[in-house]
Ligand binder design. Sequence first.
Ligand SMILES: [Zn+2]
Length: 113
Amino acid sequence: MNHSCPICAYPGLEEPPRSPSSGGSYEICPCCGFQFGVTDDDDGVTYDTWRLHWAEEGMEWFSRGVPAPAGWDARAQFAKVASKTSSPPATKTAPQSTKPGPTGVGPDQRRLR
Ligand SMILES: [Zn+2]
């Protein structure tokens, strides 16, 4: 099963990068070179920092053992993460909990009678 890299959006990771039970997968993303459970846990590098670093380095394919997929396009792939991370905070979406309804007015109406 394939999983997406949370840093570079490469969709071909063998394992989920992190799991609640076992932490990092120790898999190295062949695209951006981030090793889950090591680069983050041991080196203290955040996804955002690594992503910036990777972008600054020219978004090059990291792995020398795993070839880049045919037609791999770093910028197209990176556009996915960029749109994901730079999306504005969810202020536009209406909060789901505040439903206008008769429930809040009920007691007051009863009191008036
Ligand atoms: Zn990656």
